[in-house]
Design a protein around this ligand. Structure first.
Ligand SMILES: [Zn+2]
Length: 451
């Protein structure tokens, strides 16, 4: 018997091409796929797990387009310190990781993402070269177990970086091929690999050309931090004799619709034109930029450039949590402040960034991001009847301005109920967080010793 889940009684927002909604809708999931979506005709569904979504919005699982799951242990540290000290703290925690610590971080952070309704996550990881692919495989195996859609953007560097991170290009190519051939497209298509030059100046021209070759050969997205602070231009000048963030990408063939740039606060007007001309995707990261005080997303320069964009939480060490509802509220607030009015960005559009548009920008829009028959059964029920958001008459506005990840009540990922009534089913949340807290405390003590 195939698994069958029926979610009924809620206000369904499909994000399908017609942007259909059903005030009293029903979503039927069979196995790992959505079987049907529509108005509830009252049909009985024997042998199905029924989720009564009365008082909830039922919508596609959210797409978190960029995070760093291994930053879980340091998520409350150094928020009041300048960026270099913040970075030193985070790196100091990660430098002490055993494989078990790393695995625990990834597991706890996946639980956090699922509890916030993020069923698709792009995780940008870069660990010390000595571990080869060992830690990356560990992360992918945990993601497979939790039914989450997981893209590993595997970081690499061959110049101008901490020596323990540097790999030679032949080693990078060998390890990338191993990872891609073992994981890309596995677990029902949920696991994906992206090549990810670690920082714009920290990869040689030949490294960018290798990145393009791998992307073309395996049909992969390329994922990169770009222009997050004004220091980027200084480092780029040193490495390539030009302060341009885009020049090394352009020279190595790494601009285009299969390329995603995160951050981009300091891209110039000319560079934003180049982004639009090449169809390169921009990922908005409002929360981290605000929290660290580095810079806001280039929303107004990108949002109407004719190409899909995405939204992300970034890592919890800079975002605090993994709450895409909060990111949506931050993004819309910053855009409206900059423009001086609500015409900068609508609530509907920012919801699209977190669902179908974000999925399309990442190249997974045919699989996730909307509730349509045949797509992956990634569905969330968001409570709208508590004091936090009731009365929710205009649900788009309510989701963006009155809702947080804490309101996510039920989560179906790849056809599995992983959260029900805010209780994690896929694991023991209390036990995982208790272990994570104990280990984080130990590693913080290690920081003090090293200093
Ligand atoms: Zn990041």
């Amino acid at each position: 018997m195939q698994r069958k889940i029926v979610i009924r009684g809620g206000h369904v927002i499909t994000m399908d091409p017609a942007r259909s909604t059903y005030e009293n809708g029903v979503v039927v999931c069979e196995g790992s796929r959505i079987a049907s979506v529509g108005a509830d005709t009252g049909e009985a569904h024997a042998d199905a797990e029924i989720i009564d979504a009365s008082g909830c919005v039922v919508m596609p699982g959210l797409v978190n387009a960029h995070t760093h799951l291994y930053a879980m242990f340091g998520r409350s540290l150094s928020f009041d310190q300048l960026f270099p000290q913040w970075l030193a703290t985070q790196k100091g925690i990660i430098a002490q990781f055993t494989r078990e610590d790393f695995a625990l971080c990834i597991e706890a952070a996946i639980v956090l993402n699922l509890r916030c309704g993020n069923t698709s996550v792009l995780d940008n990881l870069a660990v010390a070269a000595a571990t080869g692919n060992d830690f990356y495989s560990t992360a992918l195996d945990i993601a497979a177990r939790y039914h989450v859609g997981y893209t590993l953007a595997r970081g690499y560097t061959d110049q101008l970086n901490a020596p323990d991170y540097i790999e030679t290009l032949p080693v990078i190519e060998k390890l990338m091929r191993e990872l891609i051939e073992r994981y890309h497209g596995s677990a029902d298509g949920r696991l994906r690999i992206s090549p990810s030059p670690m920082l714009p100046w920290a990869l040689s021209n030949e490294g960018y050309r290798l990145t393009r070759r791998l992307a073309d050969e395996y049909k992969l997205g390329i994922h990169m931090h770009t222009a997050e602070s004004s220091d980027y231009a200084v480092m780029l000048q040193k490495a390539f004799g030009s302060p341009s963030n885009l020049k090394p990408y352009a020279d190595g063939g790494c601009l285009g619709p299969d390329v995603q740039l995160l951050g981009c606060s300091f891209l110039t007007a000319e560079e934003l034109v180049e982004v639009a001309r090449t169809g390169t995707r921009i990922i908005f990261d409002p929360s981290s930029g605000m929290n660290i005080g580095l810079g806001g997303p280039p929303t107004l320069g990108v949002i109407n450039n004719g190409h899909p964009s995405a939204i992300a939480t970034n890592g919890m060490a800079s975002a605090g949590g993994q709450d895409l509802f909060r990111a949506m509220q931050n993004l819309i607030g910053l855009a409206r402040l900059e423009k001086g009015g609500p015409q900068a960005l609508s609530t509907q559009r920012v919801l699209e960034l977190a669902t179908i548009e974000g999925a399309t920008a990442l190249g997974i829009g045919n699989e996730v991001g909307s509730l349509e028959p045949g797509k992956r059964a990634d569905v969330i029920c968001v409570d709208q009847q508590q004091a936090y958001s009731a009365p929710a008459i205009d649900v788009s506005a309510s989701l963006v301005f009155s809702t947080t990840g804490h309101d996510v009540r039920d989560v179906v990922a790849n056809g599995h109920v992983v959260v029900r009534d805010k209780i994690l089913r896929a694991g023991d949340e209390k036990e995982i967080m208790a272990r994570a807290t104990a280990r984080a405390r130990t590693l913080v003590k290690g920081l003090a010793t090293a200093a």
